[in-house]
Design a protein around this ligand. Structure first.
Ligand SMILES: NC(=O)C1=CN([C@@H]2O[C@H](COP(=O)(O)OP(=O)(O)OC[C@H]3O[C@@H](n4cnc5c(N)ncnc54)[C@H](OP(=O)(O)O)[C@@H]3O)[C@@H](O)[C@H]2O)C=CC1
Ligand SMILES: O=C1CO[C@H](CO)[C@@H](O)[C@@H]1O
Length: 344
């Protein structure tokens, strides 16, 4: 078992990562927690049977842990990641890894210098439906991939003091917070993106970061893609869909993009070249539903990282995805400001 410490135990860590790792992980044991609130960290420790609970980064890093999961607000990542690496711990960092690309690259350089592992918590790659789609695409079952779309939205009204609602603490809005997952999924499934065009605005809420973002991606293999992220659509109104279309078929998911390890998926495979149909009659739903057993994304991402530490097998969530992701996000913000397409 790899011994993990958690820095920032109160938000997503308490809601999803800690409970799911404690319940489902096979290779990772959380043995220490840290959060700024003593009451919260002790309560969380009690809830999950974790005895070592601290309120300072220095304290937790002195303990006998192999690696840390950093799930504090984004503006804290840079210094906490550096502290962890300097203390000789491997790091799995929540997304986005930092506020800027420069900070992200500096973290990776430090990890390499220290000969330690660093990864980004893009847990959505482990959703069973996304894994299935990746297999179908890699096996050429959908033919040449021509289009992909990934959507993640939530209703996020102004909240006093919320770090996500200020550029200096969150790095940006809907795009960096939620779009990072969507961009990552499309690049992982379709391949590297080479050009981005975007419209990114704040049209509903009173905060400074974007609540409305649509980006158009052109991939090196010729495929095109759309990533749409909104903080101003009611939660139940959006299906958070992943759609991948190829010359031989397509897959569509509903609610597979998000924090739940669940979702629904439909697959259409063409049986042969049907020729051109001038009628365009689409009278029956040709899609078949694919039903898979959900598996905790958070437990899988921890275990893949633990495996990297124990066996050297590189996981699909290593730091390169974090750097690529930032380059595309930066290009998108620039495209929207300069009103032109940007090469990545
Ligand atoms: N992969 C996923 O599913 C998700 C990932 N995230 C990512 O996880 C990270 C945290 O987000 P989220 O959980 O929503 O944020 P929250 O603000 O809800 O929670 C973070 C926790 O860290 C605490 N904290 C604040 N400052 C520090 C500090 N200096 N050191 C340690 N802990 C601190 C907070 O305490 P206090 O509340 O008192 O400030 C809180 O308990 C972000 O990178 C975010 O993008 C977020 C949601 C989902
Ligand atoms: O990573 C994340 C997953 O989805 C959330 C919305 O549902 C985001 O806000 C969050 O930061």
């Amino acid at each position: 078992m790899v011994k993990w410490g958690v820095i920032g135990a109160g938000g997503i860590a308490r809601r999803r990562s800690i409970p799911e790792v404690v319940k489902f992980s096979e290779k990772s044991r959380i043995t220490a927690l840290m959060d700024v609130s003593e009451e919260l960290v002790k309560e969380t420790g009690k809830q999950f049977g974790i005895e070592q609970c601290y309120t300072s980064v220095e304290e937790i890093l002195k303990k006998d842990i192999d690696t840390v999961y950093i799930a504090s607000p984004v503006f804290e990542h840079e210094k906490q990641v550096a502290a962890a690496l300097n203390a000789g711990k491997h790091v799995l960092c929540e997304k986005p890894m930092a506020l800027t690309l420069d900070q992200t690259e500096a973290m990776v350089d430090l990890a390499e210098k220290k000969n330690l592992k660093i990864g980004i918590a893009f847990m959505m790659r482990f959703n069973v439906y996304h894994q299935k789609i990746k297999q179908l695409v890699d096996a050429n079952q959908l033919g040449q991939i021509v289009y992909g779309r990934a959507q993640l939205t939530c209703w996020y009204p102004p909240i006093p003091g919320a770090w996500r609602q200020k550029k200096v603490t969150g790095g940006g809005g809907a795009l960096i917070d939620m779009g990072c997952h969507c961009i990552d999924l499309l690049e992982w499934i379709i391949g590297p993106c080479q050009e981005v065009t975007a419209f990114i605005d704040t049209i509903t809420h009173s905060y400074e970061v974007d609540d409305t973002s649509t980006i158009l991606m052109k991939f090196k293999n010729g495929a095109q893609g759309v990533v749409d992220n909104f903080f101003n659509i009611p939660d139940l109104a959006a299906k958070n869909m992943l759609e991948i279309y190829g010359t031989k078929g397509a897959v569509i998911t509903h609610n597979s993009i998000g924090q739940d390890s669940a979702g629904k998926m439909w697959l259409f495979l063409e049986s042969g070249d049907q020729g051109y149909s001038s009628q365009q009659a689409r009278t029956q739903d040709a899609y078949q539903e694919v039903i898979l057993e959900p598996k905790s994304m958070y437990a899988q991402e921890f275990d893949a990282f633990s495996d990297w530490i124990q066996t050297g097998k590189k996981p699909i969530i290593h730091y390169e995805a974090g750097i690529r992701n930032f380059k595309i996000i930066d290009a998108a913000y620039r495209s929207s400001q300069e009103r032109k397409a940007i090469n990545v």
